[in-house]
Design a binder for this molecule. Structure first.
Ligand code: NAP
Length: 282
């Protein structure tokens, strides 16, 4: 058992609700494996308390923290320094101390890209199709642009929100859900950033069986959902001969990159992966 003393350094995650966060599981497993004197704790902070909480955290011996729903956007105004990447995405999920106060960045982008970078593809020739235009989609579009993908297409159900998304991300083309039949057959990379199919709605999929038939064998289907694993979309896509990626690798890698920032040393990604797999019993 880890012994926490007065010298133990604190890390954590802020969000609301925080009860279901998987971050303490993987971070504390890595901390234990590294033998460093840290502990990572969940901190439930309500939206209306965020500003006060950040000021208070500054006065505690907290070395850094992750930020999850619903604070990823709003926290940026309370930080002393925000990385250009986090500004482009419009969301910060990792915060650490600087000399003045707090610095923040976004590790979701690199976490999303980690499993794609394992694949041999000519990314500049791939036109990705992204389902959804919410917070995660912003990290995905930033990541895909950085990877060199051209002609990123974003699909959503609300015309107004689609128009807003495109105004901010001029490099994307936006489409409605009804355009999917033509789009899917031409897509070598499909990314689901909607929560459709997430536990407990495990029987749902963003694509019905007819649409799934348009997925080309060898296409990559990446679902950001990690519960269940695989999601219905990934089961459907596997039957079509697609290469599938679930959201667990993104979760692990965004966490590993954050821990590297705090500890300033390489971290055991495999330990973090195994801790999550054991905890989720998958
Ligand atoms: P979000 O900001 O609420 O965005 C959700 C998006 O899905 C919105 O564009 C929403 O469109 C769309 N959507 C929801 N229900 C829909 C439906 N029935 N039909 C069509 N579109 C629908 O949420 P988020 O933070 O981006 O998270 C989205 C998903 O990604 C969640 O499942 C989350 O767990 C997952 N995620 C995973 C990781 C990871 O590390 N693996 C990281 C971040 C997020 P409207 O606005 O029109 O409703």
């Amino acid at each position: 058992m880890q012994i926490i003393t007065g010298k133990t350094k604190l890390l954590g995650v802020i969000g609301d609700p925080i009860e279901h966060s998987l971050s303490p599981v993987m971070h504390n497993a890595a901390i234990k494996a590294l033998g460093v004197d840290y502990v990572y704790i969940p901190l439930g902070i309500k939206t209306e308390d965020l500003e006060r909480a950040i000021a208070t955290l500054g006065g505690l011996n907290l070395e850094g923290f992750n930020v999850t729903i619903p604070h990823k956007q709003r926290i940026m105004q309370f930080l002393d320094e925000v990385s250009p990447l986090a500004k482009r995405v419009g969301a910060t999920n990792t915060v650490w101390r600087n000399q003045q106060g707090w610095s923040g960045t976004n590790t979701d982008v690199a976490g999303f890209l980690a499993p794609l970078k394992e694949l041999e593809r000519n990314w500049s020739e791939i036109k990705p199709l992204v389902l959804g235009y919410g917070g995660a989609a912003r990290a995905v579009v930033e990541g895909l642009s950085g990877l060199g993908c051209q002609g990123i297409r974003v699909v959503g159900r609300n015309l107004e929100k689609l128009a807003l998304f495109q105004k901010e991300w001029s490099q994307v083309e936006v489409y409605q859900w009804s355009d999917l039949p033509e789009l899917i057959s031409a897509s070598e990379l499909l990314v689901n950033t909607t929560p459709i199919g997430m536990y407990p709605q495990v029987q749902e999929s963003p694509l019905d069986d007819d649409l799934v038939k348009s997925i080309q064998p060898g296409a990559i289907v990446y679902d950001l959902i990690y519960t269940p694993r695989p999601s219905k979309l990934l089961i459907q896509s596997q039957k079509q001969g697609a290469e599938t990626i679930d959201g667990l690798e993104m979760l692990i890698n965004q966490g590993a990159i954050a821990l590297e920032i705090w500890l300033q040393q390489p971290v055991p990604v495999e330990v973090m992966r195994q801790a999550l797999l054991n905890y989720l019993q998958i």
